[in-house]
Design a protein around this ligand. Structure first.
Ligand SMILES: NC(=O)c1ccc[n+]([C@@H]2O[C@H](COP(=O)([O-])OP(=O)(O)OC[C@H]3O[C@@H](n4cnc5c(N)ncnc54)[C@H](OP(=O)(O)O)[C@@H]3O)[C@@H](O)[C@H]2O)c1
Length: 303
């Protein structure tokens, strides 16, 4: 176990980030700066930066998980699927988690909490309505259904557990939206709301939850400002000096996109005391575009 102060406050925790990629590494580096001992687990462990401690393991392979560090105080499950298929989703969000929970039980570990990243795609609401942690999450897509299965697996594991549903992640190194504008093939669906969270805020929210005493089983990690897709793209196009994106006119395509039309609320996270560095796309993309203007690679991902 980590170092515990009189009164029970944990000052130096032993933390494993399983599936330590973009968000996991950002979180891990922040946690090491705060003095914690952090292991990052992934298959390509050579990509884990110092001072994180690299654990080379495959979540799909129970044998390889025998090397999971002992006496962990916190575990953050942040693995992402290798691709957009049911089997890849099942491996990342259900089987990998099941295998890790098994390894923790085998090691008689008693972490104070396991946190897992899920997605706001579990909400099937589609009329632009607000959703929060109390809203029904009854996905229709295979992806949403498998993510929900993973959430239930964690909640029913017997470990203290928290699921954090992320909206679309954007930030350095994520270039899809800007690329589509630059290439002239960006399109937007009138009336469609999109939800996003900057990578730094997503990682900071996880760190915030690790340090809280009273933690709920579920949070939504999304910025303050769900915004219309066309508004976001038009704003970006204006700042890049590029033509505005074409509105999708094909009925079928627009209908398909509008099946995931909702506004996600971060009220629970904010009520707990968390503050966003990038409360809206203007601040987040404003920062990215500043770097872009300076010649660095600007980047993003739509939600
Ligand atoms: N992209 C979005 O907009 C979005 C929205 C909502 C939620 N999320 C969720 O946010 C989380 C973090 O996303 P991210 O952007 O940080 O993803 P990422 O950069 O792709 O990182 C995911 C990590 O998982 C590792 N991984 C995958 N399969 C593994 C396995 N079998 N064994 C061990 N490690 C494995 C990968 O490393 P190796 O390949 O080296 O193993 C990678 O480092 C994911 O759960 C994702 O589903 C994303």
């Amino acid at each position: 176990m980590g170092t515990v102060l009189e009164g029970g406050e944990l000052i130096i925790a032993r933390i494993l980030i399983a599936g330590c990629g973009d968000v996991g590494t950002t979180l891990g580096l922040n946690l090491t700066r705060a003095g914690h001992t952090v292991w990052g687990l992934r298959r390509r462990a050579s990509l884990i930066p110092v001072p994180l401690q690299a654990v080379s393991a495959d979540l799909a392979d129970t044998e390889s998980l025998r090397i999971v560090p002992s006496a962990l105080d916190y575990v953050v499950y942040a693995a992402a699927a290798d691709g957009f298929s049911a089997s890849q989703y099942r491996t990342a969000y259900v089987e990998g988690l099941r295998n890790l929970l098994h390894a923790l039980r085998e090691g008689k570990q008693q972490p104070q909490r396991i946190l897992a990243i899920s997605s706001t795609s579990v909400y099937a609401q589609h009329q632009g309505e607000w959703v929060d942690e109390m809203s029904p999450a009854e996905p229709e897509s295979f992806a949403g259904k498998i993510l929900r299965e993973g959430e239930d697996l964690l909640w029913n594991s017997g470990f203290p557990a928290t699921v954090v549903r992320f909206a679309g992640i954007y930030g350095p190194g994520r270039t899809r939206l800007l690329d589509s504008l630059r290439q002239g093939n960006a399109r937007c669906v009138p009336g469609l709301y999109t939800n996003r969270v900057h990578r730094e805020d997503g990682a900071a929210a996880l760190q915030f939850l690790v340090t809280q005493r009273a933690v709920e089983p579920l949070y939504i990690a999304v910025d303050d400002s769900p915004s219309l897709q066309c508004e976001v793209l038009n704003w970006l196009a204006g700042h890049l000096g590029l033509p505005e994106p074409r509105s999708v006119s094909e009925v079928g395509e627009a209908e398909a996109a509008l099946r995931a039309n909702k506004r996600c609320s971060n009220a629970r996270l904010r009520a707990a005391g968390f503050r966003f560095r990038y409360p809206s796309y203007q601040e987040g993309y404003g920062d990215l575009l500043k770097n872009y203007a300076l010649g660095a690679k600007a980047s993003d991902e739509s939600s």
